[in-house]
Design a protein around this ligand. Structure first.
Ligand code: GDP
Ligand code: GDP
Length: 437
């Protein structure tokens, strides 16, 4: 599933944060490492009529003061343009159009992004005449809302959802594997991509007309077709994102959403960071194939235990993705980069693996014989049968008498049994229970 990104921009005090809070449900918990940034509510997930999206509040970027307002706003507008599918340009509908509004309007109009003008603070039926000034911006009719009173939000969300892009990249071949490289700045993402595109005997292809003004890289390697989906600050406009690491996180999450496989790059000289584990946790939660690549391996003094110890420490920190393969590479020398490409292919095959219902039930029955399902207060869990319901990622539904009795540890046991037959290396397989009387 591709999640659309909605950005909220506008000058201070027009009600951006208030609107943000009304539009979102669950917050995505990514903390900010950058000192001095106080507001940590920057982006969160929203849903409207089964359309899922991420909302970004650009207003939380930096503290505002008179000197920096304009430069901040330009920065915010640029981030919105680079990051989002739909931009909500919030204005104060009870006040006249200001010079700052005009400036923002100009930047947004030139971007050719979908922009909705949102006239906020219209708390009652009386529509102030100031509203008409906003037509001057040339961005269409303002949507009238009161964020505080929750008025007009349904209509606004209808409009927002209409602007979402069609399912992206549908023009790509079925077998094209979408891969994104994730990892902290300076871990070597661009070096690796450049190495692969430059050295690995790949055929780089230009595919015009894809829905996004993307800088994704399309190429073929052997019989396989790949796309490297762009992540944060990969090759352009780095300077804009200085000190705004959180926005690069949003871009990374968007890239993860758009791909089937995430390769987490870890700097061999630094090890796994908390940010790494949160980002890869997002890939895990969203059912993406995962490969761990320890980069800059050329920089490490090694003896015959180094690699084992490194692997052990990664497994300890990233225990929840114990299914992910680990490869030690150097984007500088190219060491084992071809192995990484092979792994991507293997993980992709696993992601598309279908197990027949017969074979699946043989495995489940055997697992149950070896280790009975749990019981609670004299009630024993019973497993009837199961079946694979989807691929990418493989998802299994198992019918049981009582879902409550199916403890996490037993699910883990079943998962291990499935893996012991089919491996599913690199894949967060999903098991869901359904009750049957
Ligand atoms: P931001 O700086 O754009 O994020 O603006 P805030 O969301 O912090 O809101 C600025 C002020 O406007 C706060 O005092 C809000 O309570 C107020 N406000 C926000 N939305 C509305 C609204 O729909 N009606 C009214 N009357 N006030 C609002
Ligand atoms: P990005 O921010 O993740 O895209 O990282 P870059 O690709 O820009 O790399 C950051 C720095 O690390 C650059 O100076 C690279 O030359 C260096 N670098 C990247 N990969 C390797 C590697 O495998 N070995 C060594 N020694 N340096 C590397």
């Amino acid at each position: 599933m591709n999640k659309a990104i909605v950005c909220i921009v506008g000058r201070p005090n027009v009600g951006k944060s208030t609107l943000f809070n009304k539009l979102v449900g669950r917050r995505i918990a990514i903390t900010e490492d950058t000192p001095g940034v106080t507001r940590d509510r920057i982006y969160a997930e929203g849903e409207w009529l089964n359309n899922y999206f991420t909302v970004i509040d650009t207003g939380g970027l930096e503290p505002e003061n008179e000197d920096t307002i304009m430069s901040n706003i330009r920065k915010q507008a640029q981030i919105a343009i680079d990051t989002s599918d739909v931009i909500l340009f919030v204005v104060d509908g009870t006040q006249s159009l200001t010079q700052t509004d005009r400036e923002i309007g100009n930047i947004l109009r030139k971007s050719r992004k979908k922009v909705i003008i949102v006239a906020n603070k219209i708390d009652n039926q009386n529509i102030p005449s100031e509203i008409y000034e906003y037509y001057e911006l040339g961005l269409g009719e303002p949507m009238i809302i009161s964020a505080e009173q929750s008025l007009g939000l349904g209509d606004l969300l209808d409009e927002v959802v209409k602007c979402f892009p069609e399912e992206r990249d549908t023009d790509l071949d079925e077998e094209t594997v979408r891969v994104t490289f994730i990892g902290r700045p300076n871990v070597g993402k661009s070096s690796l991509i450049n190495y692969i595109l430059g050295e690995e005997r790949v055929i780089v292809t230009d595919i015009a007309g894809t829905t996004r003004d993307s800088i994704d890289s399309y190429f073929e390697h052997g019989d396989n077709k790949y796309v490297f989906v762009d992540t944060a600050g990969l090759r352009r406009k780095r300077s804009i994102y200085e000190n705004v690491e959180r926005y690069s996180v949003v871009r990374t999450l968007a890239a993860i959403d758009r791909s089937e496989i995430s390769v987490l790059l870890i700097d061999a000289t630094e090890g796994v960071t908390e940010q790494d584990s949160k980002i890869v946790g997002y890939a895990h939660d969203n059912g993406k194939g995962i490969i761990i690549a320890v980069n800059k391996w050329d920089k490490i003094e090694k003896d015959n235990k180094t690699y084992k110890e490194f692997e052990k420490s990664i497994r300890k920190t990233l225990g929840f993705i114990d299914y992910a393969p680990i490869v030690f590479i150097s984007a500088l020398t190219g060491q084992r980069v071809s192995k990484l490409l092979e792994l991507i292919n293997v993980v992709n095959n696993n992601n598309n693996l279908r197990i027949s219902t017969g074979v699946f039930n043989d495995i489940i029955n055997q697992a149950v014989l070896m280790n009975q399902p749990p019981s609670d207060k004299g009630k024993r869990a019973k497993i009837y049968y199961g079946t694979q319901v989807s691929v990418r990622p493989p998802k299994f539904v198992i019918f049981v008498n009582n879902i409550e009795l199916m403890h996490f540890s037993y699910t883990r046991y079943l998962e291990n049994q499935i893996r012991s037959h089919f491996g599913f290396m690199g894949i967060p397989i999903q098991i869901e229970y359904k009750e049957r009387g």
